[in-house]
Design a protein. Sequence first.
Length: 91
Amino acid sequence: MVPSAPGAVAAAIQAVRASGAIVNVLPDEFQRLLEQNVQGLLVHTQAKYFTRRHRYLMGYRGLAFYTATREPLRLPRTVQVIEAKKIRVPT
């Protein structure tokens, strides 16, 4: 049975509500937020195949912030870093 288009849209909206908002920011802005969240938790992954990109995801003040960079960011020593296989961000 194929789901209806309105049902698929409703499911997508519910998935976004469940995961919360993910804010895509430029690397400089992410670095600034990271320096304000020095006791925070950061998820990092490095794409190794087509593009050598570092991807970062961090929760801060109730939102999730995401960025991707060619060069690694300067991480405060007090930030807890989780190395992940992959970060998937809905588009």
